[in-house]
Design a protein around this ligand. Structure first.
Ligand code: GDP
Length: 321
């Protein structure tokens, strides 16, 4: 086995460094830009119309011109259970291209530290819960999002490969299901938190007697506030240098039915909630084992109700339109 390179000295100092947040307009990227304001670093971003990250030569040229020392790969084609299922080529091909271009391009210009964001859907559908990092590649994936999962697994492996072969200080974090300001509120393409905030809000305004929630309501999900994830990313950049992936979550999960009741309550919708079992449930449970990150010294702070209330305020400010 190839020996692991010696880890870079920790803590890694962000002060004075140029940090490229790839995907800064997305929910995760915009939370990272907010969080990095309290670090003494310079954040650089590239607008989508100025740089298409799926184009290799454009991405390499942009990186060569802008010379970031730190790169966070928060750019990805993302979407909820229905969107993933309907656009397999986009989820697989776009994400593979972005990973190859940004990670490979970063290595080519000598980036000092790179953080790649994966997802808890990379773990097998029936992995024992809570899922530890070493569950990766131990069983079949959840079919509704396997395109995205395969692309994210490739990204994780590419990061690991650069560390092994070239000693690059590249790391990967696996966040659980995310929600918060900047989410996509599209009725069909969104994830469950944004979808339900919108649906309950519209039902409240219309005095609708009931709201439909997809699936049986029985799947369990762990929800992490995106600003907590951004904080974990900064923590990991400074304090983590290892080829092993690192889970980020709250360590607590909730059924979709209970989550729907909580979201309805936050939004102020008092009608009935009905479940449409003809829509897919997806994985029966996704709960991460976060003990490695906890031992390193980081824990999530936002209570789910408070986080949903903040996301609802963001929706009301017009993010949903
Ligand atoms: P997943 O973790 O990849 O399955 O992400 P999602 O956020 O898309 O879905 C999580 C769970 O919420 C699944 O069991 C869905 O069936 C359920 N769900 C209930 N209502 C909705 C909805 O309106 N939109 C989405 N995306 N999921 C919903």
């Amino acid at each position: 086995m190839t020996p692991q390179p010696t880890a870079t000295a920790l803590p890694f100092d962000l002060a004075g460094r140029r940090v490229f947040v790839a995907g800064h307009r997305g929910m995760v990227g915009s939370a990272l830009v907010r969080r990095l304001k309290s670090e003494r670093c310079e954040v650089v971003t590239a607008d989508r119309n100025a740089l298409d990250l799926t184009r290799q030569s454009d991405t390499e040229e942009w990186l060569r011109r802008n010379r970031p020392e730190v790169v966070i790969v928060a750019a990805a084609k993302v979407g909820g259970i229905a969107y993933n299922n309907a656009f397999p080529v986009d989820f697989l091909a776009d994400n593979l291209a972005i990973e190859l271009n940004v990670i490979g391009g970063s290595f080519a210009i000598g980036v000092r530290k790179l953080l790649f964001l994966g997802s808890s859907c990379i773990y097998p559908r029936l992995a024992p819960q809570p899922m530890t990092e070493d569950m990766l590649l131990t069983g079949p994936l959840e079919p509704t999002n396997e395109w995205y999962a395969v692309a994210k697994i490739a990204g994780v492996k590419l990061v690991e490969a650069y560390r092994r072969q070239h000693g690059a200080d590249f790391i990967s974090l696996m966040p659980t299901n995310l929600y918060g300001p900047g989410d996509n509120y599209h009725p069909e393409h969104s994830h469950v938190p944004a979808a339900l905030i919108r649906r309950f809000h519209e039902a409240k305004l219309a005095n609708a007697p009931s709201v439909t929630v997809w699936g049986t309501g029985r799947p369990r999900r762990e929800f992490l506030a995106v600003d907590d994830l951004a904080d974990a990313c900064v923590f990991a950049l400074k304090n983590y240098s290892d080829g092993r992936i690192l889970n980020v979550g709250t360590g607590r999960d909730i059924t979709i039915a209970d989550f729907a009741r909580l979201a309805a309550d936050v939004v102020g919708y008092a009608g009935d909630i009905v479940f449409d079992a003809s829509r897919p449930d997806g994985a029966p449970q996704k709960l991460l084992d976060v003990s490695r990150l906890t031992k390193l010294g980081w824990t999530a702070r936002t209570e789910l109700r408070d986080g949903i209330a903040a996301a609802y305020q963001d929706f009301l400010k017009g993010a949903g339109r």
